[in-house]
Design a protein around this ligand. Structure first.
Ligand code: NAP
Length: 543
């Protein structure tokens, strides 16, 4: 079982009571160790530093790791190197010694330093239990690289594992892609000693959350949001409540949301809660993958191919929905007919051993049925069916295309408006003329047309039964958060449905205005929840 360890920086002896309180809170949240980052305290307290650290350890509500990090490895200790190491060796000898002391692998390579720690640990062992402080502390040998994967990573790992002074090997490097996590998992899987393998930065979250799956000794998590000691570190609360860290084990299946950017996606909260509800052994993570096709192909390919990861599926969002179709096609997987027609998919399902027809991966698009369902339910409140309705879709990106396609397949006439008119025309040409059989058994040809290049007058024609915003206009943090995609001249009353795909905020300027004018409204949350529920059913049903 992997532990959660909260790093807490202590700048001076005066801060000890506050630091101990923070550790007590971290313990309540679920931390089982604390790393006392004593860089500041060691620099300020001079000759009293060892006593101050001993007090910290004595009063600590959790088993302690003591770290005094050198600036070469990302720390803030201003002591000369020999003084810093002498202080750590003293901390190893005192009666209130910590459970573990972190010493950089680079420092431990020097014979003098090795001799210093060997002597300190032997003294403690000689004291035995009667020395007043229990067993000798164990040494964590650590190696950090804040720029990327060290070239000599494997040599470092071998040296640390072979070192008899070292009890725990700690590796931390800056991830440059989510693929880097896989090497950390491979190192953990082949370890010969307890090991911590953590990747830093936004690409490294996987290594932190999945430590229990691969037998990592511990993972670091901050006691409060935004107080982490390294880039990309989650909080204890996130690990416990969002990712259900305590439930992750070797057989846990891994899912995620693939996009760029993806940090603020609501999908991890949604899907992890569904896994918990269903008692399903899965975890769902944000998976940032830069925009280009090559990044998508390499990253998702590596996750799918990694034998021990149990990568079982993903939600795929901006800007990768078309990449997903291409990826699954290139790999000979299955693509749902509607997603193939759209040329965009938002859901990847990975079968561990392939389906009976030999396909390992499968892609579909849940945006399309979700939008159709929520819009047709809203129209039904006014006695209208989708078939025969005339609907204005504003925006011709991935979502606009999926919604226009879905509505056209259901028998509506769709007019696509876009500020780049050529793109609207392209979507209309691609989606028009497909022969389908409607639910009532009647044959139908999809009808999608491009709205006028300057769409204001056409939107205000009074001939639409519904308007759907598929642009980021009105979105918090978007290009026009206070704007509305509908011009003022558009007549809205209680016979018209207005749907926004933007879900942050839930009440966009468009929804507010439409409500004020009596229209039936559908907010972006309704579509988000429906498409996520359809995905979740696929993720949960595949075994
Ligand atoms: P996309 O592929 O980037 O397309 C964006 C569309 O919006 C394009 O048609 C673009 O026009 C247009 N646009 C961008 N900025 C604009 C502006 N300032 N004024 C007018 N038009 C503008 O994005 P997408 O994947 O289609 O996503 C669109 C929106 O859907 C997102 O912002 C998100 O809020 C929402 N969404 C909702 C859900 C849900 O479940 N509710 C799911 C996914 C997305 P050009 O072609 O001229 O650039």
């Amino acid at each position: 079982m992997s532990l959660i360890c909260s790093p807490i920086a202590v700048e001076s002896a005066a801060e000890i009571p506050l630091a101990v309180e923070r550790a007590a809170r971290a313990r309540v949240l679920g931390a089982r160790m604390v790393e006392w980052r004593c860089d500041g305290l060691a620099s300020r307290e001079g000759a009293d530093a060892a006593d101050a650290i001993a007090r910290l350890v004595r009063e600590s509500p959790l088993p302690s790791i003591v770290t005094v990090r050198s600036s070469e490895e990302g720390g803030a200790c201003s002591l000369a190197e020999s003084e810093r190491l002498a202080l750590l060796a003293r901390v190893a000898k005192v009666a209130d010694a910590p459970r573990m002391i972190d010493v950089e692998h680079a420092a431990l390579c020097a014979d003098l330093v090795r001799a210093l720690f060997a002597a300190a640990l032997a003294t403690r062992e000689g004291d035995g239990e009667g020395g007043g402080g229990g067993a000798a502390p164990k040494l964590i040998a650590s190696s950090h690289d804040f720029t990327g994967r060290p070239n000599d990573l494997l040599r470092r790992v071998a040296a640390m594992q072979d070192d008899p002074l070292v009890s725990v090997v700690k590796l931390a490097w800056m991830a440059r892609s989510i693929r880097d996590n896989l090497e950390a998992f491979d190192l953990l899987a082949s370890r010969s000693k307890p090991m911590i393998a953590i990747l830093m930065g936004e690409f490294g979250l996987m290594s932190r959350v999945l430590a229990p799956k691969f037998g990592g000794f511990l993972t670091f998590a901050s006691d409060a949001e935004g107080t982490g000691s390294a880039p990309g570190q989650p909080s204890v609360r996130e690990l416990r409540d969002l990712y259900r860290f305590g439930a992750i084990g070797p057989a846990t299946r891994v899912f995620g949301v693939v996009g760029w950017p993806v940090a603020h996606s609501r999908s991890p909260a949604f899907h992890n809660a569904r896994f918990a509800e269903h008692g399903y052994d899965g975890v769902y993570l944000p998976l940032p993958v830069p925009s280009e096709w090559e990044h998508f192909k390499a990253s998702i390919g590596a996750l799918v191919d990694h034998e021990k990861l149990d990568f079982a599926g993903a939600s795929v969002t901006i800007p990768h929905k078309e990449h997903l179709v291409r990826f699954v096609r290139e790999r000979g997987g299955g693509i749902d007919a509607d997603a193939a027609w759209l040329g965009a998919a938002n859901t990847l399902v990975v079968h561990p051993h392939g389906t009976p027809d030999g396909q390992r991966i499968f892609a579909t698009n849940t945006d399309m049925p979700a939008a159709v369902e929520v819009l047709s339910a809203a129209l039904a409140t006014r006695g209208r069916a989708l078939r025969g309705s005339r609907i204005a879709v504003i925006g011709a990106g991935g979502v606009g295309r999926a919604i226009a396609g879905g509505l056209a397949l259901a028998g509506a006439t769709v007019v696509v408006f876009n500020r780049d008119h050529a793109r609207a025309q392209f979507v209309a040409d691609a989606l028009s003329g497909r022969e389908v059989v409607l639910a009532d058994g009647r044959a139908h040809r999809t009808k999608v047309v491009a709205g006028a290049a300057r769409g204001e007058d056409a939107l205000a024609c009074g001939c639409f039964h519904a308007f759907v915003n598929c642009t980021p206009v009105g979105m918090e943090g978007g290009p026009d958060p206070l704007g509305s995609p509908l011009p003022d001249e558009v007549h809205l009353d209680d016979s018209v449905v207005v749907m926004d795909t933007v879900y942050a905020p839930r009440e966009t300027p468009l929804i507010r205005e439409a409500r004020a004018r009596g229209a039936v409204t559908v907010d972006g949350e309704a579509m988000f929840l429906r498409q996520a529920a359809l995905q979740s059913a696929l993720f949960l049903a595949r075994w």
